[in-house]
Write a protein that binds this ligand. Structure first.
Ligand SMILES: Cc1ncc(COP(=O)(O)O)c(C=O)c1O
Length: 404
């Protein structure tokens, strides 16, 4: 008998770096140790009542397919959302997608052929790598650093990465894992490069609502001259704390891009009907909801930054967006550290789970002394989690010092 074999492509899709430590956490939990999970971006913020109202108001007797481009009421509500922001968008310029990650895949498929290249800023959202593997394209990274708050380097550093196979640049602002919000000048620089070199700009704007200290996330849609090259990937996962709704949209003024995205959307038939109805009603979520959420996140962020800065040889800058912090723990191999926290360390029977930095880099050896923390717990819990983490950093250093 001959055994069938999984394809090289199938084998090469990377497993999420963030979830690699899960088995260790599960084993430890079985021993009764409490684990603060600072490793994933699942917020604890309540989904607004308008979503549930939308669910209750659904009166159709058959849960039918939705149109591939999205239900009309959701498209209408997205158009209104962009118009409220002052972006001049029409219904024909957007396609409803099943979350930002499907949007990234469809956008990448729309602008590349296998073997093409996309330029990205490192560190980046680790699932981008999975998309690259699925689309069989190469992500070519340039570096950003904790010392510069992960802002973009000079134009020349980015341009240097362009080859005849480069088709696009993909970036997120506010960023995951960095929390960095690009300035308008940075967005203009990216647009300038795109226009000069005939590249697409895939702008992942899923954290648009999450900016702090008076910062504002400039959209690629606000930069003049990006009508042909600009593609926005948007999502309601974080905006309405509705990760499970699996909805978002792709916005572009380039008709060919929208036509290609729509073709892919047609292949997967439809996004969830009930979720679309419920999210359409979220256009009625008042500004006070977002204001309260932002305040909450600022409080959590400040707890994390203060705690990290109280430990020697830890470098972090106060991020201005999203709900993540990257920090450099000088001299610590964070893959080893993150595992050790789960297997060996605890204070008062509690430990933490963090994401090691290397998983957010493609370049070998980069990010090995960095960690990412998602501040997804309420302030008092976050405070305790950071006490445990900081004690862990000190204990790990002490252990290594005594061993050497
Ligand atoms: C930068 C970024 N883009 C896209 C996504 C995908 O989110 P979703 O598919 O839930 O919209 C995430 C999720 O954490 C993210 O952090």
């Amino acid at each position: 008998m001959k055994r069938p074999e999984v394809s090289v492509r199938g084998k090469n899709v990377p497993r999420s770096a963030i979830r690699k430590l899960v088995p260790f956490a599960k084993d430890r939990e079985k021993t009764g140790v409490k684990i603060y999970k600072l490793n994933i971006g699942q917020p604890d913020v309540e989904t607004p009542v308008e979503f549930w109202e939308g669910v209750r108001n659904f009166k159709e007797k058959v849960l039918a397919y939705a149109p591939s481009e999205g239900r009309p009421e959701l498209i209408k509500s997205f158009v209104q959302y962009y118009n409220n922001l002052g972006f001049d968008i029409t219904a024909e310029q957007l396609v409803v997608i099943m979350g930002g990650i499907e949007g990234i895949l469809f956008a990448v498929l729309a602008v590349t052929d296998p073997g093409d290249e996309i330029i990205v800023a490192e560190p980046y959202y680790s699932n981008y790598l999975g998309v690259a593997a699925m689309a069989q394209v190469k992500f070519v990274a340039f570096s950003t650093t904790v010392e510069c708050g992960y802002h973009l380097p000079d134009k020349a550093e980015i341009v240097k990465k362009i080859t005849p196979r480069t088709k696009a640049m993909l970036f997120a602002s506010p960023g995951n894992p960095t929390g960095c919000v690009y300035t308008r000048q940075e967005m203009e620089m990216l647009a300038e490069i795109a226009k000069e070199h005939g590249l697409f700009l895939l702008s992942d704007e899923v954290y648009r609502e999450f900016t702090y200290d008076g910062e504002f996330a400039t959209s690629i849609l606000q930069i003049p001259g990006t009508e042909d090259c600009g593609i926005v990937i948007d999502s309601v996962s974080k905006r309405y704390s509705a990760c499970g709704a699996r909805l978002g949209c792709i916005v572009s003024k380039n008709k060919e891009v929208i036509s290609s995205v729509l073709a892919n959307a047609t292949v997967r038939l439809s996004a969830g009907t009930l979720d679309q109805v419920a999210i359409a009603n979220c256009i009625n979520v008042p500004d006070s909801y977002f204001k309260a959420v932002r305040q909450d996140y600022v409080e959590r962020r400040d707890i994390v930054v203060k705690a990290l800065n109280s430990v020697d040889d830890v470098v972090c800058r106060t991020p201005k967006g999203a709900f993540y912090i990257m920090a450099k723990l000088k001299g610590i191999d964070t893959e080893v550290f993150a595992k050790w926290l789960l297997t060996d360390f605890a204070i008062d029977n509690e430990t933490v789970m963090i994401a090691p930095g290397a998983g957010f880099y493609a370049t070998e050896g980069c990010g090995r002394d960095e960690i990412r923390i998602a501040y997804v717990y309420k302030a008092p819990i976050m405070k305790r989690a950071m006490e445990v983490l900081c004690a862990g950093i000190r204990a790990f250093r002490q252990k290594n010092q005594s061993a050497s």
